[in-house]
Write a protein that binds this ligand. Structure first.
Ligand SMILES: [Fe+2]
Length: 270
């Protein structure tokens, strides 16, 4: 990769803007999305985290392992009352081959408890969810314990509507067993930082889903409707605002404060 900011970096910035909460807009730090070579965060580019640069590097698959169970409950939090363990949130986006976010993607997570054990009777530490309009997901859980013979990991299956299932695993940086676990793959390292007594992790998936590139050769009609709060805009959409024309750069739902001239990550003039 050469020296200029990767498309991923730009895309992430724009997407972060696209899903930012008002708190984030007021300057609260967003989730850590930078990581050093060993996986710790200190502002450098993430060399090991999978990128969505050209969309030709889908997230690699990994074995399912012996403990997947179908019919997990639909939930974004795997925490139950008094769940022991260090709190962990995992956030990220699911992209297709053109690096555009995919909505409606099923993510089914399962993991070990704090002692490294899987619940094969009930559904503790099992849950599925779907990405929203912007392709984002959030999992709230604990840092899994160590299962014998393995390094620390999460299991996940992903499936875009009508597409094959991707089964894979996610890993934690700085784990001693990463060096000895034959399944470990640095392309599946999350970025992780300490936050509020717990951990915040980030990972973006790229699924083998064909997409038409976003603001591409399709010529949008001139003009377009007036920008309006609550409208879901897609890349390439044209609007007018304050008498000027703008073209949407990233899919998002318009919110107050995101008027085109104030949101250069979302709109370019012209
Ligand atoms: Fe496992």
């Amino acid at each position: 990769m050469d020296g200029h900011p990767s498309r991923k970096t730009v895309l992430r910035a724009a997407l972060a803007a696209g899903v930012a909460t008002p708190a984030a807009l007021m300057g609260v730090p967003a989730l850590a999305r930078t990581v050093t070579a060993d996986g710790t965060t200190n502002g450098a580019a993430p060399p090991l985290t999978p990128s969505c640069d050209d969309g030709d590097d889908p997230t690699p698959p990994q074995m399912e392992g012996p403990y997947f169970k179908p019919n997990s409950p639909r939930r974004t939090s795997l925490l139950e009352s008094n769940t022991p363990g260090v709190r962990l949130t995992v956030t990220g986006y699911v992209f297709g081959l053109a690096c555009r976010p995919l909505s409606g993607v099923l993510l089914d997570f399962w993991q070990a408890d704090v002692n490294g054990a899987y619940d094969n009777v009930g559904f503790r530490f099992r849950g599925h969810q779907f990405t929203g309009e912007g392709g984002a997901f959030t999992l709230t859980t604990i840092v899994p314990g160590l299962y014998p013979g393995r390094t620390r990991h999460l299991h996940v299956k992903l499936q875009a509507p009508g597409r094959p299932v991707l089964t894979t695993q996610l890993y934690f940086p700085g784990e001693p067993r990463n060096n000895t676990d034959a399944l470990f793959d640095p392309r599946l390292l999350m970025t992780v930082r300490d936050a509020g007594g717990g951990r915040e992790a980030a990972f973006d998936f790229v699924l083998d889903v064909p997409q038409t590139p976003g603001p591409g050769p399709t010529t949008p009609p001139p003009g377009g409707s007036t920008w309006a709060v609550g409208t879901a805009y897609r890349p390439g959409d044209r609007v007018t605002y304050g008498g000027a024309a703008y073209t949407c750069l990233q899919g998002h739902t318009a919110q107050p404060g995101w008027e085109p001239p104030r949101a250069p990550a979302l709109w370019r003039a012209g």
